[in-house]
Write a protein that binds this ligand. Structure first.
Ligand SMILES: [Zn+2]
Length: 237
């Protein structure tokens, strides 16, 4: 194999992962491989077709972050929604408590989330509650930010999306991943600002980023937080 055309690093889930980029004229698509010399992954090799920009290879690593980290053995363990588990809410760790009273009600009390009802329904109840929390927080932020822009948002959908935190359709409907409710509030605020800004400016040009900056307090720090920690939000529940 020809020597790499570039050697670099990517930040993945708080880990600095070495990357080697190769060209192969016969490659039809981008191929990712884990370097596994010593039986423990120590980096990623990316093979690109002749004309594919190197950037796209690096983007693919971020898209496949969960797979890459798992293969590298660096993925933090999954946290099931269960009594005693710790789950972040607005970036602050909360302990899940199963309580016997209250007929299936979920509520936040200090740094605890109390989930009532049968223990077999705890995970589903908590997930539903987090989605509802996400919906109400996001709904409020979308309203405020769209008003600040003098635009009206369409329908808001809350999903469990792995590949993107939010999206804005051509007709102004917005979609968000409920897991953002676990991130620090400024990060959720940024993602909403990002999608709302698309109501006025569909493309990621300088004008767009200026607009986002006017809608959220700390755009750069929030983007950096998502790059470093976003993937880890998918290990809960
Ligand atoms: Zn965007």
């Amino acid at each position: 194999m020809a020597p790499p055309v570039r050697e670099t690093f990517v930040e993945l889930g708080g880990k600095r992962v070495p990357v080697r980029l190769y060209r192969n004229t016969r490659a039809r698509r981008i191929i990712l491989r884990i370097n596994d010399r010593n039986g423990n992954g120590d980096g990623v090799s990316v093979t690109l077709p002749r004309r594919t920009p190197l950037r796209e290879g690096l983007d693919l690593i971020h898209e496949k972050a969960a797979w890459v980290l798992e293969r590298l053995g660096g993925l933090p363990p999954r946290v099931a929604f269960a009594d005693g588990a710790r789950v972040p809410l607005g970036g602050v760790d909360h302990t899940i408590r199963h309580v016997l009273d209250g007929r299936g009600v979920v509520r936040r009390q200090g740094n605890e989330i109390l989930v009532a009802g049968g223990p077999e329904h705890l995970a589903r109840r908590l997930r539903d509650w987090l989605r509802k929390e996400a919906r109400s927080q996001i709904g409020r932020l979308v309203g405020d930010k769209a008003a600040a822009l003098g635009r009206t948002a369409g329908r808001i959908t809350i999903r469990d999306t792995r590949s993107r935190w939010g999206s804005c359709s051509a007709d102004g409907n917005l979609s968000f991943c409920w897991r953002l409710v676990m991130a620090p509030e400024t990060v959720l605020d940024y993602v909403v600002a990002h999608e709302v800004a698309h109501l006025a400016e569909p493309h990621h040009g300088p004008k767009f980023w200026r607009l986002v900056k006017t809608l959220t307090p700390d755009m750069e720090a929030s983007r950096e937080w998502l790059r470093r920690n976003g993937e880890a939000l998918h290990r809960y529940g």
